[in-house]
Design a binder for this molecule. Structure first.
Ligand code: UFG
Length: 327
């Protein structure tokens, strides 16, 4: 049983990781500033309210809770926003993580599970993208995550930090009992927007571009259930607690769906018509991102078990029909 500081623990993926940690008997200490996280998502352990760029707040959290490890989710994570406001992304994602790593070093905490992204690969010609594929981010968001990966390697060499880095593909779904789920202000992610259209809260879903070099012209993504992602984080933590080496691994299924296919499956799962129309491409979007998940299986024994597309949409639909965090 370990105490784990979870930055961004009130966010979408962070809250599901806190839930998985608590279920496994660990103590997740949520560190969040609630700019994008939700107070109602903090249900699984203690809370420290603070900003990642506030070194004193981090020092106080380490002193008060003495965590054995950190899971680091806190970041800005919207591709289009990062294209428009790169400075904020470099300050928060890279500067924020640097502050965290120095606080960890000085507190003697040498284990980190880090939330990276498939956006580090940029446009790839590969049918399935392995970890050694070229890393050429097409947007500042991906560039900041890649910069952090480099920083982790340097802190590892100099200070002995051990890090498990997970490059997520597209996260979807929610805890089956719908106590926590995906909610962003503003929402930009495909599945929640499709479900808002299903609920009649928006007039239609707009497909961003239909002239990509893919079978139906729509972008293709590899969707992974947030519960499967949370489980991988537990396995990554356990590896570090056992003294295992640093690791960088993709988390995805190894199968892609186009935006059009996602909308069609959502119509079937919800039984609602879901009007859709075609709009222009969104800046920074790669045409196709599909994961080669072999390394996570080999190194961690992890494989996606809940990531059937219909199930992810069904779990997200249960959450979308509830009151969300606004109630
Ligand atoms: N899309 C639409 N219409 C919408 C919203 C999205 O057509 O209204 C399309 C996007 O253009 C994209 C696909 O649906 O082709 C998925 O878009 P999301 O916004 O749901 O997710 P992204 O693929 O842009 O990004 C997500 C995470 C990033 C991460 C990336 C890695 O938000 O943090 O996956 O693949 F880097």
């Amino acid at each position: 049983m370990a105490t784990v500081l979870v930055t961004g623990g009130a966010g979408y993926v962070g809250s599901h990781a806190c839930r998985a940690l608590a279920e496994a008997g660990h103590v997740p200490v949520c560190f969040d500033d609630f700019r994008t996280g939700w107070r109602a998502a903090v249900r699984f352990g203690p809370l420290v309210e603070g900003r990642l760029l506030d070194r004193a707040a981090l020092d106080a959290a380490f002193a008060a809770h003495r965590p054995e490890a950190v899971m680091h989710f806190a970041a800005l994570s919207l591709v289009a926003e990062s294209v428009a406001e790169p400075g904020r992304y470099w300050r928060e994602n890279v500067g924020g993580t640097l502050t965290l790593l120095e606080a960890m070093r000085d507190a003697g905490v040498g284990r980190l599970v880090f939330s990276s992204t498939a956006a580090v690969y940029g446009d790839s010609d590969l049918a399935l993208i392995p970890e050694h594929a070229p890393q050429r981010p097409t947007n500042p968001y991906g560039a900041t995550k890649l910069a952090v990966e480099r920083m982790l390697a340097d802190f590892g060499a100099a200070h002995g930090l051990r890090a498990v880095v997970f490059r997520y593909f597209n996260v979807a779904g929610a805890a089956a009992e719908a106590t926590i789920g995906e909610q962003h202000r503003p929402e930009t992610h495909l599945i929640p927007l499709v479900l808002e259209a299903a609920l009649g809260r928006r007039e239609a879903i707009v497909q961003h571009g239909d002239d990509y070099p893919t079978p139906d012209g729509a972008c293709v993504r590899d969707y992974i259930h947030v519960g499967d992602l949370a489980e991988a984080h537990l396995l990554g933590l356990e590896r570090l607690l056992r003294g295992g080496e640093s690791l960088t691994a993709n988390l995805g299924v190894g199968r892609g769906y186009s935006v059009r296919e996602v909308i069609e499956r959502a119509r079937a799962v919800t039984g609602r018509p879901i009007p859709a129309r075609i709009g222009p491409r969104r800046p920074g979007d790669p045409a196709r991102l599909v994961c080669d998940p072999a390394l996570a299986l080999a190194e961690l024994g992890w494989r996606a078990r809940r990531s059937d597309l219909d199930r992810m949409i069904a779990d997200a639909w249960t959450w979308a029909q509830g009151a969300g965090y606004d109630a």
